[in-house]
Design a protein around this ligand. Sequence first.
Ligand code: NAD
Length: 268
Amino acid sequence: MSDSTNQGTLRGRGAVVTGSTSGIGLGIARRLASQGADIVINGLGDAAAIEKERAAIEADFGVRCFYSPANMLNGEEIAGMIAFAEDKIGGCDILVNNAGIQFVAPIDEFPDDKWQQIIQINLVASFHSIKAALPGMKARGWGRIINIGSAHALVASPFKSAYVAAKHGIAGLTKTVALEVATQKITVNAICPGYVWTPLVEAQIPDTMKARGMSKEQVINDVMLEAQPSKEFVTIEQVAGMAAYLCSDDAAPVTGAMMSIDGGWMAH
Ligand code: NAD
């Protein structure tokens, strides 16, 4: 739960958080709800588990929360998710493009379908959601678009060609849209986390072990935390706090920014 002094600052706002059935997205959805925003959650997963998370957001924070099953591979479903938010929670004032997948392999062995899916979910989906959400934000004269980038939006690591390409694309998309709407009280930023301990990170350990011929401990300490000078994983709560800041009035002049939260990775 967030600091009680922050509660209520987003009352009356509607937030759509893609990929919020797990990990960082769920943490952001819960943080925005704790500040009073009504929420549309989205993502894949077991229906009963999703319903449990949805109901918990309503019960814990006294807001309205709905679930959209839109698949980020499908532009029409993404536009439908934004229309659903307009219908159910009065609009998408806050859009958090968070859904993402990862695949780790040398490029000459990289499966074509994995490349396409990563580009679609981690980059193209944000084009569709922003395109659908902006007219409502412009009409209401306020908006916050938060794209979950990555340290890999700013620098590369080997064996992650599709992910790094998509996240660098997110950096370009963020800056471009920020310029397009800069006079309209709509901000567009990217949060660029280093390694955050989530199911996405845990799942890439076996492939990284294979690609680099390493043990699990070596992957954690010599690959992941090697890049992170703090030698600590970032927490979901810390990323959610940065998203909440970007929704605040204090952050009104922050736009087009790549917000690093990575234990010093970008200082290398
Ligand atoms: P996660 O695997 O825990 O969650 C990913 C979410 O995306 C899930 O809710 C999943 O259902 C959803 N999703 C996947 N494919 C989808 C699809 N086709 N349609 C709709 N939803 C879909 O991952 P996470 O670590 O919380 O990652 C969230 C975001 O943060 C991603 O964009 C990721 O690239 C980024 N990120 C993560 C880290 C990290 O270390 N975990 C670091 C930097 C950036």
